[in-house]
Design a protein around this ligand. Sequence first.
Ligand SMILES: Nc1nc2c(ncn2[C@@H]2O[C@H](COP(=O)(O)OP(=O)(O)OP(=O)(O)O)[C@@H](O)[C@H]2O)c(=O)[nH]1
Ligand SMILES: [Mg+2]
Length: 363
Amino acid sequence: MIKYIEENESAGTINMKIVGVGNAGSNIISRIYGKIDGVKFVIFNTDVNSLKYAKADYKIQIGEKTTQGRGTGSDPEKGKFAASEDKDKITEVLKNTNIIFFVVGLGGGTGTGSSPVIAKSARDSGAIVISIVTTPFEFEGEKKTNIARDGLQALEANVDTLIHIPNQKLYEIVENNISMADAFGRIDERVLNIITALSDLIYKPKLLEIDFADICSVVENAGKGIVGLGYGTGEGRIENAARDTINDPLIEQVDIMEAKNILISITGSEDLSLKEFGEAMSIIQKRISSSSKKLGVTIDPTLKNEVKITLLATGIDSRQKETQKKHAPEKKKEEGELPLTSPIEQDQDIDIPPALRKRQSGI
Ligand SMILES: Nc1nc2c(ncn2[C@@H]2O[C@H](COP(=O)(O)OP(=O)(O)OP(=O)(O)O)[C@@H](O)[C@H]2O)c(=O)[nH]1
Ligand SMILES: [Mg+2]
């Protein structure tokens, strides 16, 4: 039988959902709704009023019996009950999804208490779950900080990769006169950039091929993850973007040295040159020692003389298991079939796609 892909068929065999939980999650989703092609946006909340004004493809009330539609009043136990009460609804909405981004502001009751339950349901139904969470500003008080700390642990145990953005760290680096709305805007932008970089690697045509299995190998069962973002335009754009990425103030430099897996996504305008690409890699490699690096390059015709780099480092704690990855599609080898790629030399540090490997070695 001939297997073919129609011209207009989307890469839709990989289903991605972006899920916000609680008010912060809901606000972030509402603000980034529609900005990423090919994905569905979902909100789970106990607070009916907030749901009414939120923007998403699916807005789901959870825990009606537990909270009467009014939120939990900062009680994570209630949040947990709320999600448990509606497990069937949650499973139904999240079924047949390959990869889920979870967006939560920890520190309240709904997001903190229900997101580990929702994440577990999602993983049980076969999805890879990457959560991007914030923890409260110090000025929000000790109670919220403690709730968030416990929530962070509970969530980490139930997701594949946990990316933590401490609001306090943001507070320390923003200008003194920044408004609350603009500070939250920075968080939105970060969440949007992280998800866009990964979804571009999955859905958009790439110059350097990185497939879903490669992405899975970086995010699946990977524990704590960190993300560095860089941007450059005009002269010196690639150098600026690469330096911004590794010096991202929200990255802990110790963590990046410890990371076991690195995914580097470079998105550039059509004039991105091979030399520039090499320059970016050499700047990044000087700082990161991890032996497992995956690289994807996407050309975005809407960019003008610009480059964006996203670096995702995972496997920072000892959680990553050496077990067979459950989601990465196995590459079956028929009897007598030749290996798809040539063997990689011992000192070949980076997992460069075969096409470029050949070009570099002059084959
Ligand atoms: N980025 C962002 N963070 C927010 C926003 N609103 C609240 N937060 C943060 O998220 C934390 C949790 O607050 P909420 O999301 O309102 O709480 P919830 O999950 O709805 O829980 P309950 O209302 O207590 O049931 C807060 O402590 C803030 O640090 C927002 O609009 N954007
Ligand atoms: Mg709420």
